[in-house]
Ligand binder design. Sequence first.
Ligand SMILES: Nc1ncnc2c1ncn2[C@@H]1O[C@H](COP(=O)(O)OP(=O)(O)OP(=O)(O)O)[C@@H](O)[C@H]1O
Length: 293
Amino acid sequence: MRYGANDVLRGVDLRVHRGEVLALLGPNGAGKTTTIEILEGFRRRSAGEVSVLGTDPDHGDEAWRARLGVVLQSWRDHGRWRAAELLDHLGLYYAPYGTPARPRPYDTAELLALVGLTGQAGTVIARLSGGQRRRLDVAIGLVGRPDLLFLDEPTVGFDPVARQDFHDLVRRLSGLEDTAILLTTHDLDEAEKLSDRIVLLAGGEIVADGTAAELAARFSGKAEVRYSRDGEFFTESVQDATGYVRELFARHGEAIGDLEVRRVSLSEVYLAMVREFESGQHHAARELTGVGA
Ligand SMILES: Nc1ncnc2c1ncn2[C@@H]1O[C@H](COP(=O)(O)OP(=O)(O)OP(=O)(O)O)[C@@H](O)[C@H]1O
């Protein structure tokens, strides 16, 4: 993607599989929104190949669009509508695109229950709380029972309980409905908890791609093992945690207690990579993560 002489995405190569939750993680201006807008067909790419559900988004028709769910920023229109009314109304659009295997739209009551808004079915949208409105946004993204769901910073403004509920919801969707989910987030904790895979974007390039554990392991290669032996506490930084623990038990057996194995956290990896990238050493970061190798 190029604006004028400025390349804001370069060589971005990624695949999302059916039923997979992929988090696009990166600092401000990394190119996350641009990437998903190209995939959604909202933005025309300057060059490169893109296929979404088998179709080039630049040429996607209504039937193709009906298979996508998009959750952008909070839904501000239709403030006087009641939540259930709006979902009923939006659902009509998807009805012609239903199949026996994937009936469209979602039943409104079922959908409201899924996002935890059953009690607000008759509430006027303007009177929903911020978190409730965001849940409604998600319901709007889901009403067509999408094969692929885009979530742009889905949990901004959620309290911890709403966030946990939302995480459960995303897990259920990818598991039960086989919906592929592509979400952008700044929240490392969220990326780690929610996604099967993380693609880290920095400066318009993919600098890392893998599961949270893989990224942490590839970057540092180490894990921290804590344990007690005969009441004395130890902390070791080791390359092969499984082997180390096996050896530990083989040697000391029941004398070992309080075992804890901690991977370097994703946030440590993330900060190190972004810093490395910003200091111009991103090729070193690529080598470390194996991306582009
Ligand atoms: N219409 C545009 N014209 C020129 N440059 C743009 C345009 N839209 C985005 N950009 C630039 O593209 C880059 C990537 O922006 P993008 O919004 O995709 O980043 P992001 O990772 O989503 O950031 P944030 O986390 O801040 O939302 C930024 O440098 C931005 O300034």
